[in-house]
Design a protein around this ligand. Structure first.
Ligand code: PAF
Length: 283
């Protein structure tokens, strides 16, 4: 496995691989890798001849009052996981390597970034879209792997690829969960044991929502009320920032539940904000 820290080294390795006819998989991460990341990496290693994992805590996607300084980091453990999973290249650049100057060129994916996480974190998705554009430009033609846990992020990246013609095939991968159903996230490291067990209500409420939809409920307000009531009854979990029932592709809120639907929520459990979502198809 090659560990590189510069854009030019990563490009040279990937260009050489492509010249030999080898396919490239890209797994962008902010490090502190867990089983969820591992599943993306394993999928990329299975699908491609060469997999590059990037480890970069992107300052552009954190607001001033967020956890950039304390975001969990463990490069040695990340490198061990990557080596074990068969990764060919890890790119772990410095902030200066990625942003030698304060960037004045950013990527905005307008409507898709306006609600849910975007309403709560107004600068977040421009930061994500900008760094992912850079990573796509560094990697070149490839398949790129993202988790469905950040469902709005995935939809934004898909649309960005379409709008800007990146030579990238975006592959969305299923959410990996802890034993109690909590969606895996690097920020779960902030949870106390009590909070971790309280957090299970997020997935439990989503599964209950799917059950009522499968039983015929078509009113999004009734489904939202069910989810809010279950979460509201749970100590240590805040009132959700949002519970949205949206079209799975456009992320438009639905008036009537039909087609491919995604139920997406965010709530604080103790201090950390956790995201979760679930899909359901209504024929
Ligand atoms: O999902 C993440 O870890 C980050 O938002 C990403 C896509 C690596 C961009 O920094």
């Amino acid at each position: 496995m090659n560990l590189v820290t510069t854009i030019s080294e990563a490009r040279a390795l990937l260009d050489a691989a492509r010249r030999q006819g080898r396919s490239v998989g890209l797994v962008p991460t902010m490090g502190y890798l867990h089983t969820g990341h591992r599943s993306l990496i394993e999928r990329s290693v299975a699908d491609n001849d060469v997999t590059m994992v990037t480890i970069f805590v992107n300052p552009l996607q954190f607001a001033a009052d967020e956890d950039l300084a304390t975001y969990p980091r463990d490069l040695d453990a990340d490198l061990a996981l990557c080596a074990q999973a068969g990764v060919s290249i890890v790119l772990a650049p410095t902030v200066h390597e990625m942003y030698p100057l304060e960037p004045i060129t950013t990527v905005q994916v307008a409507q898709l970034s306006a609600h849910m996480e975007g309403a709560k974190r107004p600068t977040h998705f421009a930061g994500v879209a900008t760094v992912v554009s850079k990573l796509f430009n560094i990697a070149g033609p490839c398949r790129a792997y993202f988790g469905e846990k950040d469902y709005q992020q995935l939809a934004i990246i898909r649309r960005m690829v379409l709008d800007l013609s990146f030579p990238v095939d975006v592959v969305g991968c299923p959410i990996i969960r802890e034993d109690n159903g909590v969606a895996m996230s690097s920020r779960n490291a902030y949870l106390s044991p009590e909070e971790r067990s309280a957090a299970a209500v997020l997935n439990r409420s989503l599964r209950a929502a799917v059950r009522v939809i499968e039983d015929g409920q078509r009113d999004p307000e009734a489904v939202r009320a069910l989810v809010l009531a279950m979460i509201g009854d749970t100590e240590l979990v805040s009132e959700p920032d949002y519970v949205e029932i949206v079209d799975a592709d456009s992320l438009e809120p639905l008036d009537v539940i039909s087609g491919d639907v995604r139920i997406i929520l965010a709530a604080r459990v103790g201090k950390p904000r956790l995201l979760d979502n679930i899909g359901v198809s209504v024929g």
